[in-house]
Design a binder for this molecule. Structure first.
Ligand code: 5GP
Length: 116
């Protein structure tokens, strides 16, 4: 069963794709948490960070290059932004197709809420 992200990558499901090449696809998050919220997804279905293998090294590095370029294109390269990759339940991962969140366009504050 393909993930929703695989269906977006294959353009079977509509989304706002901002970048696509043979290795990755980037599209706007459906529920943005900041003025800029883009998901950068390997076209290959890798479930979680816990499932990456050495053969995924190039695509994982490519995700950073794509993130940097999109951030610059959207005008947040100078002020900065945050890249987030959630892994499994404790990491808050909802979609089990590895992806990087690119969030920015405002001050993002603390990385994690204080654990009181
Ligand atoms: P996770 O919690 O897995 O790291 O993040 C999943 C993200 O995917 C969430 O921010 C959620 O809003 C986004 N998302 C879930 N379903 C869809 C969808 O169908 N389209 C788009 N564009 N984003 C989605």
């Amino acid at each position: 069963m393909p993930t929703i992200f695989s269906r977006i990558i294959a353009r079977e499901v509509r989304s706002d794709i901002v970048f696509q090449d043979e290795r990755v696809t980037a599209f706007k998050d459906i529920n943005p948490q900041a003025p800029v919220h883009i998901l950068i997804v390997p076209n290959k279905e890798i479930a979680t960070v816990d499932d990456v293998t050495p053969e995924d090294e190039a695509v994982l590095g490519h995700m950073f290059i794509v993130a940097r370029q999109i951030a610059r294109d959207l005008g947040i390269g100078n002020k900065g932004y945050r890249l987030i990759v959630n892994c499994k339940d404790d990491g808050g991962q909802e979609i089990y197709h590895l992806h990087m969140h690119l969030v920015g366009g405002r001050r993002l504050g603390r990385m994690l809420p204080r654990a009181d």
